[in-house]
Write a protein that binds this ligand. Structure first.
Ligand SMILES: [Mg+2]
Length: 306
C-alpha cells in the first residue's frame, strides 16, 4: 500500500529523489555549510524562518521535543515564522487544529499548505467534467475553489474514464493497483494530472511512507504525460510563503527542513537561505555529509535539532 509505511529507507528515498532531479528546479548553493546544534545558533543570520512541518515541528502525530519552546524563543527575538508544508490531505483549518493540538501557536496567516497552493492554481476543466481525487477518507473538499467540482476516485471508479482531470492529494487510500489503473486510463485518454504534494516520502513514527509525488513521478514516467506539481521545492509554494513575509530581504529568510531535494533545494531556488535539520526526519540516524556530497545540494546551515 502506497500510503502505508514500508521498508523503504533513506538511501532508497535519496536515490529516487536524484532520479527525478531533472524535474526539480535548478538552484545554486552555499559553498560550505555552517554547523550548529539547533535553530538558536542561526538567529544572527535570519529575521524570518519558513518551517517545514514533518521532521521539523512534528513526526507524524508527535511534536518534536523542544520545537514548541524553540518557536516561542524565536518569536521572543522578533523573528517572523511561516509554516510551509507539503501536507495536502487536510484543509488548512484541520492543519492548524493539528498544530494547536501539538502545542504550537501558529495562526492561519502563518500556515501555507501545498493544498492551498494547488487549489489556487487549478486549471479549468471541460464543462460538465470534474476532478477525480486521490484523497483521504472523509475529505469534503470544502476548501476547493468555487466552480471546481472534486470527487473521490476511490468511491467512484467510473471516474477513471469520465473525469476531466486527476488530483493527487493523499496516498492514504492508494495502492499499486490504482497506479496501474490510472496509467491505463491516462494512456487511453490523456487528461491533466495535478499533484498537491510533491514529496516522494514522509517520515512517520514507524518509518517512511510513500507520498503523492512518488505516484505522480511513476505515472509521468509510464505515460510520458506531464504532471503539474504544487508545493516544495517548486516556486509556486515559495511564492505563497514569501508573500507572508513582505518587507524582509530574501537573504535574511531561511527555509528550515529535513530534506535536501524539497526544503534545501527549494529554498536555494527561491533565493533564500536553507537550514537542514538532521535528527528527526529523512536523515535521522544517518551521516548527512555523503548525501550532500553526492547531490551537491548544500544547505547554508546544518543543525541537529529544531
Ligand atoms: Mg519534512
Amino acid at each position: 500500500m502506497a500510503g502505508q509505511s514500508t521498508d523503504i529507507g533513506t538511501d532508497w528515498a535519496f536515490q529516487r529523489y536524484e532520479s527525478v532531479r531533472a524535474t526539480l528546479p535548478e538552484a545554486s548553493f552555499a559553498a560550505a555549510s555552517r554547523r550548529g546544534g539547533d535553530l538558536g545558533d542561526t538567529v544572527g543570520d535570519y529575521d524570518a524562518y519558513i518551517l517545514d512541518a514533518f521532521g521539523v515541528l512534528n513526526r507524524g502525530e508527535t511534536a518534536i521535543a523542544g520545537a514548541v519552546e524553540r518557536m516561542a524563543a524565536l518569536r521572543a527575538l522578533g523573528k517572523r515564522l511561516v509554516v510551509l508544508t507539503n501536507a495536502a490531505s487536510y484543509t488548512r483549518a484541520e492543519v492548524l487544529a493539528k498544530y494547536h493540538r501539538l502545542g504550537f501557536d501558529f495562526d492561519a496567516s502563518e500556515v501555507v499548505s501545498s493544498r492551498d497552493v494547488a487549489f489556487a492554481g487549478l486549471p479549468a476543466l471541460p464543462a460538465g467534467t470534474c476532478w477525480a481525487a486521490a484523497a483521504a477518507a472523509g475529505d469534503d473538499f470544502s476548501d476547493a475553489p468555487s466552480g471546481a467540482e472534486i470527487a473521490h476516485l476511490a468511491e467512484r471508479p467510473e471516474l477513471l474514464q469520465s473525469a476531466g482531470g486527476f488530483l493527487l492529494l493523499s496516498s492514504a487510500r492508494w495502492s499499486t493497483a490504482d497506479t496501474d489503473a490510472l496509467t491505463e486510463a491516462l494512456m487511453a485518454s490523456p487528461r491533466p494530472l495535478v499533484v498537491a504534494n510533491p514529496d516522494l516520502v514522509a517520515p512517520r513514527e514507524d518509518g517512511l511512507s510513500m507520498e503523492p509525488g512518488l505516484i505522480a513521478q511513476e505515472l509521468t514516467e509510464r505515460t510520458g504525460q506531464p504532471a503539474a506539481f504544487f508545493g516544495k521545492p517548486f516556486g509556486n509554494a515559495f511564492d505563497a510563503a514569501l508573500a507572508r513575509l513582505s518587507g524582509i530581504e530574501r537573504t535574511r529568510i531561511a527555509m528550515v527542513g529535513d530534506t535536501l531535494h524539497t526544503d534545501v533545494l527549494g529554498g536555494a531556488a527561491a533565493g533564500i537561505g536553507s537550514i537542514l535539520i538532521t535528527d528527526h526526519g529523512l536523515f535521522k540516524g544517518h551521516d548527512v555529509a555523503p548525501y550532500i556530497e553526492k547531490s551537491a545540494i548544500r544547505p547554508s546551515w546544518i543543525v541537529s535539532t529544531t
